[in-house]
Ligand binder design. Sequence first.
Ligand SMILES: NC(=O)c1ccc[n+]([C@@H]2O[C@H](COP(=O)([O-])OP(=O)(O)OC[C@H]3O[C@@H](n4cnc5c(N)ncnc54)[C@H](OP(=O)(O)O)[C@@H]3O)[C@@H](O)[C@H]2O)c1
Length: 258
Amino acid sequence: MENARIRPRFELTDRVAIVTGSSKGIGEAMARGLAEFGAKVIVSSRNQASVDAVAAAYRADGLEATGIACHVADADDRGRLIEKTLATYGRLDILINNAATNPYFGPVEGLTPDAYHKTLDVNLTAALELSSLALPHLRKSGHGSVIHISSIEGLHANPNFAAYNISKAGLIMLGKSQAREWASENIRVNVICPGLVKTKLSRALWENEQLAQQFTNMIPLNRMATPDEIAGLAVWLASDAASYVTGGTFVADGGMLG
Ligand SMILES: NC(=O)c1ccc[n+]([C@@H]2O[C@H](COP(=O)([O-])OP(=O)(O)OC[C@H]3O[C@@H](n4cnc5c(N)ncnc54)[C@H](OP(=O)(O)O)[C@@H]3O)[C@@H](O)[C@H]2O)c1
């Protein structure tokens, strides 16, 4: 019987990772997790000062990170993100498409084309485009891993969130499609669906105490998550510990969807 060791497979030493939308929230926690397991991490968001501050905080803790600003819906920014990553660290092994927006809250019949397209551009199309730009470098990596951050809203429609729900459902099928096509090159693609996580994006759902209570009552663990509770799943999926895992959809929702 082969006696393979498991722990070293979680190591990300010498791997280079981009995490979009990682100046705060779930993206920041995932970026830190990858860096703690040895990856060189590109911290990215729209604001250069914010990503510089996060990268500096990681470096102060002995981790390796660089901040590169990128509005994921801007094609030039996406190109620069990949180019600068290559110029800084010389390779790319892991891409986490995490940045998202949710500009419209209201009934589906009131969703304007503008709000719809803005949501889809940031949440879904950017993930497709960035993955395609990353592909030649993930091929060279030999163990490329792409992770799309969807949501339980990609599996279960939340009323008044139609564009967001659609974008998150699209990410699940984008990931499955890429996984089928890229498996032969050992590039794995997986999707994480968080439940309610206490961040700026979800503020409207937890700032109001009554509404927050309504939501937590629907969660078997009876609380919302903190961003660090999503990071372990991302580290595992990024690493060789998940070498046989591709095309998967992984829910971390405190039991909410049952
Ligand atoms: N929080 C939840 O309950 C929850 C639940 C399920 C899924 N999710 C998903 O988890 C992911 C992270 O959400 P979060 O709750 O951690 O959000 P968050 O705390 O608001 O953080 C969002 C991050 O994305 C960046 N960002 C926003 N728009 C961007 C753009 N156009 N281009 C590049 N970066 C952008 C923000 O920085 P800048 O503003 O500086 O650009 C920030 O770093 C999203 O995909 C979200 O849909 C969240």
